[in-house]
Design a protein around this ligand. Sequence first.
Ligand SMILES: C[S@@+](CC[C@H](N)C(=O)[O-])C[C@H]1O[C@@H](n2cnc3c(N)ncnc32)[C@H](O)[C@@H]1O
Length: 335
Amino acid sequence: MDQNQNQNPTPERIMQYFTGSWATAILSAATTHNVFRAIEGGAWTCDEITNKTGLAPRGAQALLDGLTGLGLLTVKSGKYENTAEASTYLVAGKPTYLGNIVKSAVGSFADWAKYPDAVKTGQPICEFNTDTANHPFWAELVTAIAPLSVPIAQAAAQRLGIAKAGACSWLDVGGGSGVYSAVWLAANPKAQATQLDWSNVNEVAKGFVGGWGVGDRFTTIDGDLTKDDWGTAKYDYVVYSHIAHMYAAATNVSNFKKARQALKAGGTLVINDFVVDNDRAGMPFALLFASNMLIQTNDGTTYRDADYHTWLNEAGFREVNVERTPGPATLIYAR
Ligand SMILES: C[S@@+](CC[C@H](N)C(=O)[O-])C[C@H]1O[C@@H](n2cnc3c(N)ncnc32)[C@H](O)[C@@H]1O
C-alpha cells in the first residue's frame, strides 16, 4: 500500500472500499447480460446497447454509468466502447474470460457479510468444508479460475523447458480444470499427464483437457490428496497449484514429503500460489486472499516465501527458487 496516501488524506479510497460490493454486483450484472460482448468491436449508444441486450433503458443507463465509473468502458459523444482490459478479460468466449469468477464472487456475498464473526472467532463461515469430497463448489470454481492459470502454466512450461523435455510425465495434485496438463501436453507431444482430484472435478478436467486436443495422454486418479499415496519415483514433475493456501503448515509439509517421494531423482516440484512477502507488507492480492481463506477453510491462509523455504527443506528439497509472476501469483520450483 502507498504510505504517502496518508499525507493528504481524501475520502476517495475509503469510499471505493465501502462500495466494493457495488462494483462486484455491477460487474456481475454486465457479465450476466453479456454487455461487454454486445459492445465488443464497436462504439454504441445506450439505446443501441439496450436493444442488443434486452435490458430496461433505465437499468442499462445505470449499468453503463457504473461500468464507466469503474473504468471498464469509455464514453465519447454518447457512444460506449470496451477498454482494452474489458475486451481482454470480460468478453465471454475469449480464452482469457474472467466473468465466471465475478459471478461466483456475488454468490459469496452472504458469507462475507459474516466476516466480522470469522475475525472474532478465527473460524470459517462457509458451511462447505474444503475436504468435502465431490462438492459442486470445486467443479464450478476450477472452471472459473482456469483462464487465470493459463499464463502461469505457460510461464512454468517455459521455465522448465517442457517443450523440449522429451517423454516426461507429471502428477498434478488437485489439478482442477486440468489447465497445467492441457498447456504442458500441448507443448510436448511425447509427455504424459496424471491428475489427482475429486471424481467430479476430474470429469470437468477430462472435458477441458480434451478441448485442447490432448486428452489421449491425460489420466486421472479419483481420490483425496491429503490421504492417498502419490506413488514412488514415478514422475519428472509434481504440480501443486493453489493448494498450499487451503492447509495448515503441517499438512503442506506432509504433502511436500509425498511429492518428494513421488518424484524421480532430480525431478521438480512446481508450486503456484498467492505468496506474501516475508514481512507481510507486500503482495496486495495475496494479503487480501488470507481473509478469503479465513472464511472458507479451517486452517488455510496465505504464506510467506520463508514458510515455503522451511517446509520444502524439511521435506528434503535442497534447491528452492521463488519467482513472482507479473500477476498476483508466485511460482516456486523445488528440487
Ligand atoms: C483452488 S483449486 C486449484 C485447481 C488447480 N490446481 C489450479 O491451479 O487451477 C483446488 C483444487 O483442489 C481440489 N481438492 C481440494 N481438496 C482436495 C482433496 N482433499 N483431495 C483431492 N482434491 C482436492 C479441488 O477439487 C480443486 O480442484
